[in-house]
Design a protein around this ligand. Structure first.
Ligand SMILES: CC(C)(COP(=O)(O)OP(=O)(O)OC[C@H]1O[C@@H](n2cnc3c(N)ncnc32)[C@H](O)[C@@H]1OP(=O)(O)O)[C@@H](O)C(=O)NCCC(=O)NCCS
Length: 185
């Protein structure tokens, strides 16, 4: 019989969000290839993980399975959400919301006053998710996704350091059916 590993002590349904590590990258890239027309490479992720002062990347896990991930780049007080993705088999189960909650709250804790991102014009599910987090359309980048010949919608959320935004995050968290375990990120 195999010895129990730490990850197996976690209830299998419990979602744990923690820092993205090198060992998570094969699973991250497997999801990446399924959900993005221009998937990031191992080298690109390794480059991002090597810049912890200005970047944060997290993974959501159930047991040892990586179910989704997300990240941001912080430039002074502006947070740029660079990616949010959930395993296609698990989409619609609030994992994206849980990941965004961690990213938004960590961005504010690290001094962000505004957040921005680009999203494909046709990607309505992601736009809906971002709207819930206070992002509003602010412009279009023509041909940003050249490989699928699609424009990007640029979205911004302002004043994320104000109490009202904290209340928004608290309300989203309270709407979830159960708590997410957050490791130190
Ligand atoms: C976008 C994505 C991260 C959302 O993650 P998810 O776990 O499926 O989302 P959630 O279950 O947390 O849903 C959050 C909200 O998104 C919206 N949403 C999710 N799926 C939707 C769908 N099929 N249609 C419309 N809205 C949808 C809803 O507003 C939903 O809130 P609600 O459940 O209160 O109605 C996920 O669909 C994904 O990985 N997509 C592919 C990668 C991608 O496009 N990433 C964004 C790049 S900018």
């Amino acid at each position: 019989m195999n010895a129990l590993r730490v990850g197996e002590l976690v209830e299998p349904d419990e979602v744990v969000i923690g820092p993205m590590r090198r060992r998570h990258l094969p699973s991250v890239l497997r999801i990446e290839k399924q959900v993005y027309p221009r998937p990031w490479t191992m080298g690109l992720y390794l480059g991002e993980l090597a810049l912890p002062a200005s970047r944060l990347y997290v993974v959501a896990r159930r047991g040892s399975r990586v179910c989704g991930y997300g990240g941001f780049m912080l430039t002074l007080d502006e947070c740029h959400i660079t990616t949010v993705a959930v395993d296609p088999q698990l989409q619609g189960g609030k994992l994206g919301t849980r990941i965004m909650l961690v990213l938004a709250s960590r961005a504010v804790a690290r001094g962000a006053t505004a957040m921005t991102l680009e999203v494909r014009m046709s990607n309505k599910p992601a736009q809906e998710l971002y709207r819930k987090f206070g992002f509003a359309p602010a412009g279009v980048r023509k041909g940003y996704y050249a490989e699928v010949n699609e424009d990007a919608l640029v979205m911004w959320a302002h004043d994320v350091d104000a109490p009202a935004y904290g209340q928004r995050l608290a309300a989203i968290e309270a709407s979830l059916p159960d708590r997410t375990k957050i490791e130190k990120v």
